[in-house]
Design a protein around this ligand. Sequence first.
Ligand SMILES: NC(=O)c1ccc[n+]([C@@H]2O[C@H](COP(=O)([O-])OP(=O)(O)OC[C@H]3O[C@@H](n4cnc5c(N)ncnc54)[C@H](OP(=O)(O)O)[C@@H]3O)[C@@H](O)[C@H]2O)c1
Length: 340
Amino acid sequence: MEQRTEILLPGVVDPDGLQLRTSSIPVPGAGQVVIRMEATGVSFAEQQMRRGRYYDQPPFPFVPGYDLVGTVEAAGAGTDSALLGQRVAALTKIGGWASHVTVEAADVVPVPAGVDPAEAETVVVNGITAWQMLHRKARVKAGQTILVHGANGGVGSTLAQLARLAGVRVIGTASSRNHDRLRDLGVIPIDYRTDVPAAVRELAPEGVDAVFDHLGVSSVRQSWRLLAPGGTLVSYGSAATLDDSGSKQLPVLKILLRVWAWNALPNGRHAYFYNIWAGRSLAKRRFRTRLRQDLTQVLQAMAEGHIDAQIAARFPLAEATDALRLAESKTVTGKVILTP
Ligand SMILES: NC(=O)c1ccc[n+]([C@@H]2O[C@H](COP(=O)([O-])OP(=O)(O)OC[C@H]3O[C@@H](n4cnc5c(N)ncnc54)[C@H](OP(=O)(O)O)[C@@H]3O)[C@@H](O)[C@H]2O)c1
């Protein structure tokens, strides 16, 4: 009989501490569907979670996996029967690293015909994050100039491509080995190991209209100073503190305090800390509607050839250890994908 397989993160472990577990195939409850996974992936969040460094991760043990793409195999009472057999994407935060995943039917988004499931997977959490920061927070307009830190990363490269699609000039930081890729995407590259503020000022002497910063509190101070009047800083992570010890919430709290202080001053610029889950419990319906709308737009942009997905490698789910190790090696560009 077919079984469900999943990858368990038992505690703070090295990648080879991941465990493979099997169980019976789940039956969806009312309002739920079971997705047969076709592609899930290694996000930055799993790299933080295995170190116990993701600011609101659940207690161990749990099954990681921030998002997935697959086909709806079973639908519970009260769901639309048209979902059966449909290829969908879902944001899960945890639980995606499994052959079969149960989610609320209201949370799945159809994947357009012709889009490869692994390619679609690269723009679920990354695409929603990029779209919402660009269009709901910074509200960029054609002709503006923005700075994207880590413009070859999962979020950064999607954001850069969506911005180019909106007619925005994009300056992006990355290590020099990734500069050709940035140029291919229409991005002006800067090596983050050089004097980034000087290079940005040379390209945009009046400042930039928005900065997207995933690095953390030291970087956001510098990013804030690069804004043109009326500009917007969107901070969305603390990647620079991945290997720190101590409180996992403190790096985010420090950014929140900064953002609050900047917005309290009458200075004509705006700062946000973006969190993909913000508003989930207070206004669930609005949160879901926006998430569905925004992911639909991103997947459509991919279907129309405006977003080039970059896949570093594909591994079967049972080889999640190798997949996580490769993603953390920083030797590859693009997303490491897990398949059944
Ligand atoms: N707030 C939210 O809701 C939310 C949602 C999704 C992701 N995130 C956060 O977003 C961040 C990025 O995630 P991701 O999946 O896009 O990661 P990723 O694919 O690993 O990309 C990270 C990027 O950072 C670049 N980088 C490393 N050091 C840098 C530096 N000093 N200056 C500028 N860039 C540097 C890397 O460039 P090279 O490869 O060239 O070294 C790489 O392109 C993580 O912190 C994650 O937690 C937040």
